[in-house]
Ligand binder design. Structure first.
Ligand code: IMP
Length: 180
């Protein structure tokens, strides 16, 4: 049976307020830039859709999809399921993520994007779980720092469920193995 949502960590109105604040800051920082926003599927989709509509600057956008894998020689790694179609050469790239946990996904994506030789690459993440970090990464625009709990909603899933919740909720404890 699916675990249930135990409590709401971040409400719909808190998310809305923070998204507008981030949009305002990003619009200011990227005035007169060739901004390309990269949405990391599937988790960032709701955050991305809300964020880009708060921007006061013209921007291109792209989607990438990444997956974590496990094997015998390496404890974990990341692979790209859907890559980029637009040329990022000399672009100002802003990666939009749902959550930074170990940092491995973001580290992989940053290295991949750097190979296109963009002018700049920055990161906007809705959530940050710093206690779980294994690879150091910089988050330039952050929505909320959260404790080490497994969260769902507003794009984030547990076994593909709960993505459509309009808030960020904590799942009922023991049934969720972090990092799986
Ligand atoms: P990483 O460990 O920083 O590479 O995070 C990889 C991915 O794990 C994120 O993009 C999320 O899709 C997923 N993830 C990490 N923590 C959570 C969580 O608390 N809830 C749902 N997904 C999570």
């Amino acid at each position: 049976m699916k675990p249930s949502v135990q409590s709401i960590l971040i409400t719909e109105s808190q998310i809305e307020k923070r998204v507008h604040e981030l949009g305002k800051q990003i619009s200011k920082d990227y005035d007169k830039s060739d901004l390309v926003l990269i949405c990391v599927l599937k988790g960032a989709i709701l955050f991305f859709a809300d964020l880009i509509r708060t921007l006061a600057v013209p921007a291109r956008y792209e989607f990438v999809q990444l997956a974590s894998y496990h094997n015998d020689t390496k404890s974990s790694g990341v692979q790209m399921i859907q890559g980029l179609y637009q040329d990022l050469f000399r672009a100002d790239v802003l990666i939009v993520e749902d959550i930074v946990d170990t940092g491995m996904t973001l580290d992989f994506l940053l290295n991949h994007i750097e190979s296109f030789e963009p002018t700049s690459v920055k990161v906007c993440s809705l959530l940050d779980k710093p206690d779980r970090r294994e690879v150091p990464v910089t988050i330039d625009y952050l929505g909320f720092k959260i404790p080490n709990s497994f969260v769902v909603g507003y794009g984030l899933d547990f076994a593909q469920h709960y993505r459509n919740l309009p808030y960020i909720g904590v799942l009922d404890g023991d049934s969720v193995a972090l990092g799986s």
